[in-house]
Unconditional design. Structure first.
Length: 50
């Protein structure tokens, strides 16, 4: 495993942390899922049609 640092506004972090707690998921799991999905969608972008 590896780690990254993300700088976001304090209020956004608080809202994110609260929502994760309400849903019984970790912030790490949610962010990992988002990153994984984004990478899948952007790894092989479709070529523009001519």
């Amino acid at each position: 495993m590896s780690s990254i640092k993300v700088v976001i506004p304090e209020d956004l972090k608080g809202r994110f942390k609260s929502l994760c707690a309400l849903r019984h998921v970790t912030m790490n799991d949610v962010l990992s899922d988002f990153i994984e999905q984004w990478v899948k969608e952007n790894e092989n972008p479709s070529q523009p049609e001519d």
